[in-house]
Design a protein around this ligand. Sequence first.
Ligand SMILES: C[S@@+](CC[C@H](N)C(=O)[O-])C[C@H]1O[C@@H](n2cnc3c(N)ncnc32)[C@H](O)[C@@H]1O
Length: 377
Amino acid sequence: MKHTSETVQAWLGYLHVPELKALKELAASLPESSQVINLGAGAGTSGLALMESPNKLRVTTVDKQKDASPLGCLVGEETVFRSAGFWGDPRHKQIHDDSAHAGQNWLGGDIHLLFVDADHSKQSVFRDIYGWIDHMAPGSIIAFHDYRSDGHWPEVRQVVDQEMRGYEVILHIDGLGAFRVPERTLHITGYPRSGNTWAITLFRQAVGDQFRVRKSHQRRDEFTPEPNDLVLHIRRDPRDVLISIMHYRGLPFDRAFARLQGADGMPYLTIEASWDGASTVNYEDLSHGPEVTLSAALGDLQISPSRSRTIADAVAWSSFDTTLQRFPERKGAMWQGKVGSWKRELTRRQAQQFDEVFGAYLRAEGYADEGWWEELP
Ligand SMILES: C[S@@+](CC[C@H](N)C(=O)[O-])C[C@H]1O[C@@H](n2cnc3c(N)ncnc32)[C@H](O)[C@@H]1O
């Protein structure tokens, strides 16, 4: 028998009939040759449905399970693809990996449809969203399977409701929920180790239903946003950036200091100078008063959070501890940079050395007075 998505559906029932129809409609709504990511091979039902679309989609299926398993696997998809005549089609690829990890390592360009149907635990659904969202094209679609109103798969429901609230709902049929990614982008620019990752989580929670939120470490003259995009720069006391580099990269003072001055091609002072005059938020303000600072930054950019999102919720959801609960593997890589860590970590000699290069900047930006380093032991 030659398989189709309908025969596999009738055989194993991974998707319900209305869900399969709706997924095919979503696929058909995409421009020709759009790129689709299918998380969870299962029996190959969704993979076939996407490949059967008349608009010649490029489909990548990700699954951590290669060989036969009762829950589905890459070989299961291969079997039905062979039967359907799609195996070996250059439009189709498989990635043998954890679904979120594959997203973190994705280098395949913009994605137009992400279909999430891998591990249904709370943490995995979060990780799938966060692993892939940075690759979603403006106006693209994220669809979730087992997003149900009847109490089945409550964790999928809970995560999707939290993360996708306020997004345009394209459809919700049976357990298939599909959401539109915003067209406009809010870029958070900043020198590495300036709190950029925390800031994008915060802004994504606050206004992710209106903007794709992306981070960038580029200089202003290297940066080319689209005309409707918004840009916010985040700036941090370079003494704490230095300490964060030492911890994160495991470097001694001398090497981290050289890095801050551009040993790796990214001199702090040049990058910061290039962003002079841009809408800017200070890491220190964000850390001391996240709600007030986030509100002020949004006001400055003339963005109002939508009714489904509050600043307080965004702050709570983006806190260090909450983020670590979602991503326990970041423990170690995510160093809780306290404001003023340099006071405990730099010797007087090192601080003086630092001042010889950065002193004028520290004073001009109000970070320190003349002779600040003399207070250190
Ligand atoms: C419900 S099935 C997918 C059904 C499929 N969409 C279909 O239409 O036939 C879930 C699949 O996700 C895979 N999976 C579970 N956890 C995963 C993870 N963390 N990373 C990648 N794949 C995972 C399983 O091996 C299984 O093949």
